[in-house]
Every structure is written in C-alpha cells, then in structure tokens.
Design a protein around this ligand. Structure first.
Ligand SMILES: [Zn+2]
Ligand SMILES: [Zn+2]
Length: 261
C-alpha cells in the first residue's frame, strides 16, 4: 500500500426516499437545516492516487458535481436495491473523462440483479449502440480483495434476507442497509475506529436497524466514532445527536474524515 491515510466523504446518508421525501410535510422534511437534507446513500474513499465509490445512488450526478469528482477507479456495490444502483448510468462520464473501463465489485446476488436490471449495459446480445457505461462485473466471495489500490475485507450483512456487503478498509467499516449482523461479521469488525452504520429510525423496521439497535452494535464494537446513515425523515439531526452517546453522531451529506489504511 502506497498511502497510509485515506479520506472518506459521505456523498449521501439518507434513506431510499431521500430527505426531504417527495410530498412530505413532516418537520424534518420542512427543516432549513442543511444537515436534515440527505441524498441517497453512498460514500467515496480517496487517496491522492485512487478513488473508490461505494454504490451509485440515483443522486450520483448531483453528488459528483457537489464534490467535484473527476475520477472513479472502482465501484463497490453493497447490494442491488434501487437507492444504491440507479445512478449507474452516470458512470459513463467517468469512462469518458478517464478513457477507461471501470471495474465493479459485488456479491453474486447483486451481480445477478445488475445484469437483469441493466441489460442494455451487461447483456451479451443487446443491440444498444448508444452511449452506455463501460463496466466490468467482478464477483466477491468471503475473501479480502483489492479495488482501486485499496485492500478491502467484505463483511456480510443481513438486510431482511438479502445479503449485503459491508466493507472494512483499514480501521474503517461501512455497514449500510442491514437488519442484523451475523456474529462472524461482527468479529471482522472488531478494532474498528470509525464505523458508519445503518440506523433508519426509532421505530422497528423489517430490513433496517433502529437507532437503539445501532447504538447497541456500536457499544459492542466501541469504535472511537460511529456515524449513522440511511436515516429517514423521523430523525432530526440536532435532536437525535443530543440523545446519542458521545461517540455516536448522525452522519450528514458532505461529512468527511480520515481513515488509516
Ligand atoms: Zn438502501
Ligand atoms: Zn437496501
């Protein structure tokens, strides 16, 4: 590894609808506080030489413009849901700028749905001759893998029966979209210094952790800092933070921090 430190930028930390949600009159959706405005979930991890994108949210164009992203060396797909994949077409511009194909990495279940949903990109016999993304799909199993010069430990998460890839890079773990975390995966997360974890809302939900469940996992792992992601319109930024333990905070769009590789 050439670089010892990388930068993580939270491009979006909202749930699948984004915050504000369309047509929503709840106070958080009407709030003027920029920390209550959340695009769909995605992060980018950067060094001087490499840029790794995690998920292509439907807001990728806006996120890339906001953060002046000019290159993406690889993409990891955590899973196949629309809020994590439907910005895939915006990868075209990075192909164009960089003049190269972008490798994408995911579990088998995710690759299968990507091939189905985006037949115009991945179909072997498709007739689409237009301007489409140039991507390769690479299957990840349990083992450590390399992408964009990063060494990545895949961490299997359970999202109401859907297998989701959490990732560990150095002392950082990103665990979006999960309703539970298997014990073997918690073992892989031990020693984490900065954790980003799903915490949709206070009320129980079949496919996402609640705030209390995420706090419990954070307390078990005891990282220096935990940030909540995939949060919905019921979690007001300031009020939620006031009631969390000192080392836990809501993430916000644009949050940026360093990690040790
Ligand atoms: Zn999601
Ligand atoms: Zn999901």
């Amino acid at each position: 590894m050439i670089n010892k430190i990388a930068k993580v930028i939270v491009l979006g930390c909202g749930t699948s609808t984004g915050v504000p949600a369309i047509g929503c009159d709840d106070p958080v959706c009407l709030s003027d506080n920029p920390r209550n405005k959340r695009l769909r979930p995605s992060i980018v991890i950067q060094t001087d030489v490499s840029t790794l994108l995690v998920d292509t949210s439907p807001d990728l164009r806006q996120q890339a413009l906001e953060h002046n992203l000019k290159k993406i060396d690889a993409v990891i797909y955590t899973h196949f849901h629309a809020d994590h994949t439907f910005g895939i077409d915006d990868l075209r511009v990075f192909n164009m700028i960089m003049k190269k194909t972008i490798p994408c990495y995911a579990y088998d279940n995710t690759l299968k749905v990507l091939r189905q949903n985006f037949e115009y990109i991945f179909g072997e016999n498709n007739q689409h001759k237009g301007f489409k993304p140039r991507l390769t799909l690479n299957q990840i199993n349990d083992e450590l893998f390399e992408a964009a010069n990063f060494s990545i430990i895949p961490i299997e998460l359970d999202h109401a029966g859907t297998k989701v890839m959490g990732i560990r890079i150095g002392d950082f773990v990103y665990a979006t979209d999960c309703s539970s975390i298997p014990q073997s995966s918690l073992e892989k997360m031990k020693g984490v210094k900065t954790l980003i974890i799903d915490a949709l809302r206070h009320r129980p939900h079949p496919s996402h952790l609640t705030v209390d469940q995420a706090v419990e996992i954070s307390e078990f792992l005891s990282p220096e800092k935990t940030y909540f992601t995939h949060t919905n319109y019921e979690l007001e930024y300031e009020e939620t933070n006031r009631n969390l333990p000192n080392n836990i905070k809501m993430a916000y769009d644009g949050l940026c921090f360093e990690i040790n590789l």
